[in-house]
Design a protein around this ligand. Structure first.
Ligand code: FE
Ligand code: CA
Length: 543
């Protein structure tokens, strides 16, 4: 690894070094910035100043852009651009054979895919302390506009990503198209669902958790190196294995992603500081800190990096007057599961008195208040909760299907749905991952006389690859059907895929896109069902 070339050195060498040179209409002088969200190297498109930014030199044996690029957390005037440099994504220490030195990269944002009109460019430094990841805030962008971006260093140019900004808060957009995806266990198969979603040209993708699985490979379609992740190096290597997948890269490059996590980014079914792996709390704090840092390093997040095992990631994303998204963290603050932490254990309702304790929380007090306040104050047509575990009640024959879901936190669910109902907050949509199956239904307040009052709706995306319910519930396809659950319009416990939502001022339409196999990367995708919620009515109809 050579010394990073500082800006003065390579500007002075302009025309002498043979480096690629571009001209951008930027008032920014292209000075080097850190990789934190505070590094705003964006360029106002209105500036008339011309700046020449050269590609930094570096001693790299081959392209470091093996994990692709991504964008995320857009605002009306900016978006976060991400990449992580790894010459060798399989390097056992998770460091990508990048060494310990920082590496300067050139970044460019263009208003066209061919990069004929560059609207911003500059130099950003990838630091070894964050695994040579970049979280660049490209600023000074126009609202409600498509952009393309890329990075370069030496002779290496990254893949091109497509980003878009959000409309101004006051704008009244006619339509928003989003994807919802979760649970992409690499060892269970390929990513035809990502291949399909990458071609949808969506406005946003919400990834709702289980981006990686921390466990070791067993008998698998695809192997991951190493055992169960415990250390930063091990989590880094796991993210690298996943992120090197070409279809996942295409999906991440196709539009801005808004991400949250679930359990497997750290450990199966962990809650707060409680783990099931036998670590004492001090050891688990270290593990969680390592896992959270690795998550930061691999996601296009508009957040400061974590400092230790506590890290607030819940936040909002807004699309003009049409939708406000509350991106939730249902793992870091929750009470431990009641009675069992096994997700595959059916729990008789009557056998678990602790379940009903009022103090049990899914979101923690601070996030719960933040969400209530935000919902009450929201002025958008749709108020959307982008979150992890199923909120609808999945109880049949007196058995709770999974106490890791909101069914295990009934008082917290009642507080949230009660707040929505009591305050007449309309058009609340819950988007959910985790359960590896697809569903659509109404979220209802249930009275003492069992009367149901719907107050919101829920769409559950199936998994990209992770084992569906038929894999753990024998005969599940016949057993777990929509008619067994009041208010549920659609259930698919068999297929993998993702959700594709078209949102307008009058309707929320969710298409459940499925693939019939994950044994090959090129399996075709099809729409298995379409469900509609009209604005003003918390109902779901399958059409
Ligand atoms: Fe999962
Ligand atoms: Ca999960």
């Amino acid at each position: 690894m050579g010394e990073p070339v500082n800006r003065r050195t390579f500007l002075a060498a302009l025309g002498l070094s043979g480096a690629t040179v571009v001209v951008s209409c930027s008032s920014d002088d292209g000075s080097s910035g850190s990789s934190g969200p505070e590094s705003t190297n964006g360029a106002p498109a209105t500036s008339s100043t011309t700046t020449i930014v050269a590609v930094p030199d570096a001693a790299l044996a081959s392209t470091p852009f093996t994990l692709g690029v991504a964008s995320g957390d857009p605002l009306p005037d900016s978006v976060i651009l991400w990449t992580r440099l790894m010459v060798d994504p399989a390097a056992a220490d998770g460091g990508g054979a990048m060494g310990a030195d920082p590496v300067d990269l050139k970044w460019e944002v263009a208003s066209d895919e061919a990069f004929t009109t560059i609207v911003g460019s500059g130099i950003v430094t990838a630091e070894a302390a964050y695994g040579h990841s970049i979280h660049l805030e490209a600023t000074g962008l126009e609202p409600d506009t498509e952009y393309w971006y890329r990075f370069s260093v030496a002779t290496f140019v990254s893949p091109v990503g497509r980003a878009r900004t959000m409309p101004e808060d006051s704008a009244t957009p006619e339509q928003l198209r989003i994807g919802m995806a979760s649970c992409q266990d690499f060892t269970e198969g390929f990513y035809p669902a990502h291949r399909a979603m990458a071609t949808d040209r969506l406005d946003l993708v919400f990834f709702l958790g289980d981006f990686i699985y921390e466990s070791k490979s067993s008998s698998s379609a695809r192997q991951v190196p190493g055992g169960e992740c415990q250390t930063l190096a091990e989590y880094r290597l796991r993210y690298a294995t996943y992120s090197a997948d070409a279809d996942l890269q295409a999906s991440r490059a196709s539009c801005p992603w808004v991400v949250t996590w679930d359990d497997h980014e750290v450990e199966n079914n962990y809650t707060d500081l409680v783990n099931d792996g036998g670590l004492d709390e001090a050891a688990f704090r270290l593990r969680r800190a390592a896992a959270y840092q690795a998550y930061y390093e691999h996601m296009p997040l508009r957040l400061d990096p974590p400092a230790g095992e506590d890290w607030r990631i819940f936040r909002t994303i807004r699309f003009g007057s049409l939708a406000e998204f509350f991106v939730l963290d249902g793992r870091q603050y929750r009470t431990d599961q009641a009675c069992t932490s096994r997700a595959d254990a059916l729990v008789p309702v009557d056998s678990c008195p602790g379940l009903a304790e009022v103090a049990r929380t899914m979101l923690g007090d601070e996030q719960e208040s933040w969400l209530s306040d935000g919902l009450a104050a929201s002025t958008t047509t749709w108020k959307v909760l982008a979150q992890q575990t199923v909120m609808s009640s999945l109880v049949f024959a007196g058995l709770i299907l999974n106490v890791d879901q909101w069914d295990g936190y009934p008082a917290a669910r009642q507080r949230l749905l009660g707040f929505i109902g009591d305050n007449d907050i309309d058009n609340v949509v819950v988007l959910t991952g985790d359960i590896h199956s697809a569903a659509a239904g109404e979220l209802a307040l249930v009275g003492a006389d069992a009367t149901r009052t719907p107050v919101a709706v829920e769409f559950v995306g199936t998994s990209i690859t992770s084992g569906t319910l038929v894999d753990i519930v024998p005969g599940g396809a016949d057993l777990i059907t929509a008619d067994k659950f009041p208010g549920v319009a659609y259930i698919n416990v068999v297929n993998h895929g993702y959700g594709r939502c078209t949102v307008t001022p009058t309707e929320w339409r969710t298409e459940f896109v499925v693939v019939d196999t994950i044994a090959t990367a090129d399996a075709p995708a099809r729409v298995d069902a379409t469900c509609i919620t009209p604005a003003g009515t918390p109902s779901v109809t399958r059409v």
